[in-house]
Design a protein around this ligand. Sequence first.
Ligand SMILES: *[C@@H]1O[C@H](CO)[C@@H](O)[C@H](O)[C@H]1NC(C)=O
Length: 493
Amino acid sequence: MSQGRTLLVVVALSGIITASEALKCNCTNCEKSGYECETDGACMASTSYIKGQKQHVRICIPRESLIPPGQPIYCLSAEGVLNTHCCYTDYCNSVDLQVPSGVLDSNSWRPVELAAVIAGPVFLVCLVLIVGVLLFQYHQRAYNHRQRLDVEDPSCDHLYLAKDKTLQDLIFDLSTSGSGSGLPLFVQRTVARTIVLQEIIGKGRFGEVWRGRWRGGDVAVKIFSSREERSWFREAEIYQTIMLRHENILGFIAADNKDNGTWTQLWLVSDYHEHGSLFDYLNHYSVTIEGMIKIALSAASGLAHLHMEILGTQGKPGIAHRDLKSKNILVKKNGTCAIADLGLAVRHESATDTIDIAPNQRVGTKRYMAPEVLDETINMKHFDSFKCADIYALGLVYWEIARRCNAGGVHEEYQLPYYDLVPSDPSIEEMRKVVCDQRLRPNVPNWWQSYEALRVMGKIMRECWYANGAARLTALRIKKTLSQLSVEEDVKI
Ligand SMILES: *[C@@H]1O[C@H](CO)[C@@H](O)[C@H](O)[C@H]1NC(C)=O
């Protein structure tokens, strides 16, 4: 083991010293340059195994990122999750690594068991010895590892990430040269473990949201209680969907599960937006016509990106949110917004035309549930049904925004949709009566007709609220209509 490592270091060093020309590596996401890249550093191949899905990534790592020298952060493996291999000769990363099994793949033990039975006690003794040695090593490594990662002293940061790198640099690196879906697991972990929590900014059904500091910048940290491990995993998984990053979708930074022996702390780190949710924002402020268009257009852009399926190896699956509401949309400094809380989202696997998890019938917030969700007539085999339900909810959010629009000095107080028809925290039954049986929708006041922007918003809402999901507008259509409106109204985005 240590011999191997020494050898690697020697090879690494000689590689660095003698390399006068660029090293060529295989690159899984360099479509343009024929799946190849050149570097002054190392070639890297990694295989991760997340919830039954194997992902191979091959990339170039620039020399400046090979820190610390002996064991660059980009080249570390994680037991049972990630197997990473860095090397220093042309195309040396053209290997298909296996993720060390045993942790995840219980089937692979079967033959061993069989052999043990056949070979009898002698073999058993050997096995016990081997397992003992392995366990000992594993513990030592895990222990050393924790020791290293638990160091929260910022002066030790240089061991893992170049000192002057800010979060923005790190994310920029990744969106240009990395795996396209997020930071490598170990970098995520290192970032998460050097965040200093500052104040609690929200509570939800899953746990708490905190504001934290990392290298002089603010980040939001969603801390899940250990009971909610599945929600944590699912949300992290969705956020790391390849090509998901978009200015109108909350920027994901890192997921980490800190195990301190007795309990597990589950963190999800994302960009921080000081204005908080659209719900809070509308409660505090009214908006101008321009402000309304900006919020509505950016929300539609975010949702359109989420819904859109991009084909190709670097493509993205269609994603439906399933819990869209003003509390799950964040307002950014520049007055646009970002869609957050992807924990209930479902992805469409277009190859098999299936949905990636078994969608349970009625999740999300009752007040925002589409009529077909309330009366359970939604066709759950059909991915588009979920998109249509999102659009219905978007229409309700638009109604919340438009009421707060200050046109000609008039605006209404903030209210939740259906505030006048159902009690607070309504039951499904109460919602169903109003939305399905009585076919009622939020009121669109007549005076909105006198202002072009409000007239357009009112029209969009009505077309989002049709009882028949298939008749509703698409996010892309709404985005186009609002872009046009923003040009007419001379809105600077
Ligand atoms: C790596 O690149 C070489 C040269 O372009 C190519 O022949 C080989 O098939 C690639 N390997 C993989 C696994 O893509």
